[in-house]
Design a protein around this ligand. Structure first.
Ligand SMILES: NC(=O)c1ccc[n+]([C@@H]2O[C@H](COP(=O)([O-])OP(=O)(O)OC[C@H]3O[C@@H](n4cnc5c(N)ncnc54)[C@H](OP(=O)(O)O)[C@@H]3O)[C@@H](O)[C@H]2O)c1
Length: 245
């Protein structure tokens, strides 16, 4: 299947930010979207906006740290829409801090959501893609994995781990599925609000206010990769503010 129209696309972290904007953009272009995140009320609002605009959407409260909940999300795609064409693993958290602050629980949480959450998505979708003989993994990583900055090492490490996993997944695909990583720069979402270190939170919020790009810019990059003909696999896209260093 070429293009976006009619594709069944599951998106994690679809209750807010990049995930919600991507879901709305893809649905507006004819995709049938399946939305996952923890907050059911926010998912319902996104789904309501999509169906109100004439699109098709289903949603299921999903915590990506739970393997069974990813399996339930991909199963919903099949039971509601008959197949799964794309899994966008977008759910992520960034409670970044300098190592000296010893926010060890946040290090664990970033590994659980940003890294293990993506692996749970692969485990849920891979058998479906192999059975169908087609499918597409889109993993949202970060430019923070491309250039290491103080305070961002654990976060960047989780994103670079997903980059490595994605390349391995691609090499093992034998033509059965496509794999794309998308690396956003500063995007205008609430992502920085959970940074525990006040100084770091304030400095990144100031940069965000100055240069951040809209969440839909990342949705456009994801849409570009999905829309390519089946024989074309767009593997790696970075999307930054023009003014970002
Ligand atoms: N904003 C940026 O500047 C930026 C830059 C580079 C990369 N990114 C990446 O882009 C992705 C989306 O970030 P965003 O900016 O859109 O952030 P956001 O507005 O904070 O949205 C994060 C999304 O992830 C979901 N989420 C968090 N923990 C989850 C869990 N355990 N299970 C399921 N869903 C979970 C949240 O939903 P619930 O709370 O409802 O679960 C929410 O929908 C992340 O992977 C992030 O690392 C963002």
């Amino acid at each position: 299947m070429s293009g976006i129209t009619g594709k069944v696309i599951a998106i994690t972290g679809a209750s807010d930010g990049i995930g919600a904007a991507t879901a709305e953009l893809l649905a507006a272009r004819g995709a049938r979207v399946v939305l996952g995140a923890r907050r059911a009320d926010r998912l319902a609002q996104v789904a309501h906006r999509i169906t109100g605009a004439g699109g098709e959407a289903a949603f299921l409260p999903t915590d990506v740290t739970r393997r069974d909940e990813l399996a339930a999300l991909t199963a919903l795609a099949r039971s509601r829409f008959g197949r799964l064409d794309v899994l966008v693993s977008n759910a992520g958290i960034g409670p970044i801090s300098p190592f000296a602050d010893l926010h060890v629980d946040e290090w664990d949480a970033m590994i659980d959501v940003n890294l293990k959450g993506v692996l749970h998505g692969i485990a849920a979708a891979l058998p479906i893609f192999r059975e169908q003989g087609a499918g597409h993994f889109v993993n949202v990583v970060s430019v923070a994995g491309l250039a290491v900055r103080p305070g961002m090492a654990v976060y960047g490490a989780t994103k670079n781990a997903v980059r490595t996993i994605s390349e391995g997944l691609r090499q093992e695909s034998a033509g059965a599925y496509r794999v794309t990583v998308v690396s956003p720069g500063f995007v205008r979402t609430d992502f920085t609000d959970t940074i525990p270190n006040a100084e770091l939170r304030a400095s990144l919020a100031a940069v965000k206010d100055r240069i951040a790009i809209p969440a839909a810019s990342i949705g456009e990059a994801i849409a570009y990769a999905i829309a390519q003909p089946p024989a074309v696999d767009v593997n790696d896209i970075a999307v930054r503010a023009t003014a970002q260093d």
